[in-house]
Design a protein around this ligand. Structure first.
Ligand code: PMP
Length: 304
């Protein structure tokens, strides 16, 4: 990864190489951590973060779900992110806020451990590659079902959920694919290990409903808003896996993956076998918005 100069930890800006934790940090052993991911894009008016308020609001909700009181407000954290971008002199970057149970006690009761908070950022290209974003990626339906709310809260962006994501990712790569698609315990489509999934069928944009086991993505929400403007009707309903094989177009959304088309699933070619026309239209609009070319959407940007 590409290093930057400073990291924010518990209110202080420290050197990248000095951001250390104790080996008995609770979260390292028991995954008692929640995190966020957001991006900053360069615009004609300088760097701007995308939907930072929504990301920090979700951060707070994830913390609350795990009874972790994050000792900073979304406003405090937003100010710190902007300052960190300025200090690191980056124009475009990925930002990783993390809140974790720190060093203090061992054992499963985390209540005596501090809630430590950090913000780190670094330049990071499209998660599934630039080529993937243009031509689409090849996916495998994972043998690992997505975490279920009866087991772990799938609506919280908690580190624990990503053990499940990591298993799905490793399996997909080992089988020669780029990414996994995970089903829920009912065998219906949930999401990618780090992305929401949408399909286009007869001009209709379809994505699984809240409750299907996916994280409520902020990029997904943005894409649904964009579709409204573009006049593309959308529907939230369950998707059985076989419907994916016969979709006209499929794409992933996520802060890291942005908008990435899916061109193949388990050996079946999806649609035209590349980036579909509606996917391209939505993708173009999305990048125009994040890069500050659409004044109408300035409320989603926070200029640094
Ligand atoms: N699902 C999972 C499991 C994720 O990790 C992410 C990335 N945060 C998403 C969906 C997409 O969410 P967002 O668009 O808010 O980044």
């Amino acid at each position: 990864m590409e290093k930057t100069e400073k990291i924010w930890m518990n209110g202080k800006f420290i050197d990248w190489d000095d951001s250390r934790v104790h080996i008995l940090t609770h979260a390292l052993h028991y995954a008692t951590a929640v995190f966020e991911s957001l991006r900053c894009y360069n615009t004609a008016k300088g760097p701007a973060t995308f939907r930072m308020r929504e990301h920090f609001e979700r951060f707070m909700r994830s913390g609350k779900t795990y009874s972790m009181k994050i000792p900073y407000s979304p406003e405090d954290l937003s100010r710190a992110v902007k300052e960190l971008i300025r200090l690191n002199k980056v124009k475009e970057c990925y930002v990783r806020p993390l809140a974790y149970r720190g060093y203090g006690e061992m054992g499963l009761n985390p209540s005596k451990n501090p809630v430590d908070v950090s913000l780190a950022l670094w330049p990071w290209g499209p998660y599934l590659g630039e080529e993937g974003q243009k031509k689409g990626v090849r996916c495998k339906i994972s043998s690992w079902c997505r975490v279920d709310s009866r087991i772990l809260p799938s609506g919280a962006k908690a580190s624990a959920n990503y053990a499940n994501s990591v298993l799905a990712k490793i399996e997909a790569l080992d089988c020669g694919y780029d990414e996994a698609i995970q089903l829920n315990l009912n065998g219906l489509v949930a999401e990618g290990p780090g992305e929401n999934i949408l399909m286009i069928k007869d001009g209709l944009l379809i994505t699984p409903p809240e409750g299907a086991g996916a994280l409520e993505g902020i990029t997904l929400n943005s894409v649904l808003e964009i579709s409204r403007e573009l006049g593309i009707p959308f529907l939230r309903r369950d998707i059985p896996r076989e419907e994916l094989f016969n979709a006209g177009e499929i794409f992933f959304t996520g802060t890291a993956a942005e908008i990435t088309p899916v061109r193949e699933i388990d050996g079946r070619i999806i649609g035209n076998g590349g980036r579909g026309p509606l996917t391209e239209k939505i993708q173009k609009k999305f990048f125009d918005i994040v890069k500050g070319k659409e004044e109408k959407y300035y409320q989603w940007l926070d200029f640094v």
